[in-house]
Design a protein around this ligand. Sequence first.
Ligand code: PRP
Length: 178
Amino acid sequence: MTKEFDEVLVREEEIRARVSELAAEISRDYEGRNPLLVCILKGAVFFMADLVREISVPCELDFMAVASYGSATDSSGVVRILKDLDANIEGRDVIIIEDIIDTGLTLSYLFKNLGARNPATVEACALLTKPSRRKADISCKYVGFEVPDRFVIGYGLDYREDYRNLRFIAALPEEKDE
Ligand code: PRP
């Protein structure tokens, strides 16, 4: 399947190695605690599933779905919750798991929204970041890779719901990125 894509940005082996490193960092930082990993649907599902299996401290999982108003490719900064957490996070150590930080507006909203529920701590872990697109000033403690300002697909990231199941991360061919 790799052949179709001339611009593979992160190979499968690189993803696997980096996910292990991030899991080791999280396991060290959360030693003796019981973090709640909050997966932001849908893109972060694959990342979360691989990450959590490499984490060595006991942890729990929850899921949230959000959508930003505005066009599919440009976040407006106004976010609505499509599916909220099942868990009460008061007093919990929460780690938000994202596939990508683009403008940062979604993560900024999530920090505010989850922070208002009185957790003990809230941090974020994102597989990818596109710093060139940043609009919100956010700090993400755990980051996998920086990617250029291209439309990225694979390993959870979609183009019109397609390509999420690629094992690697690629740039969408420019002719499709209209
Ligand atoms: C993506 C990504 C983040 C958000 C980042 O989700 O998973 O949640 O956009 O963008 P921002 O930093 O500009 O706010 P998307 O809306 O594509 O949903 P999906 O994961 O269900 O595909």
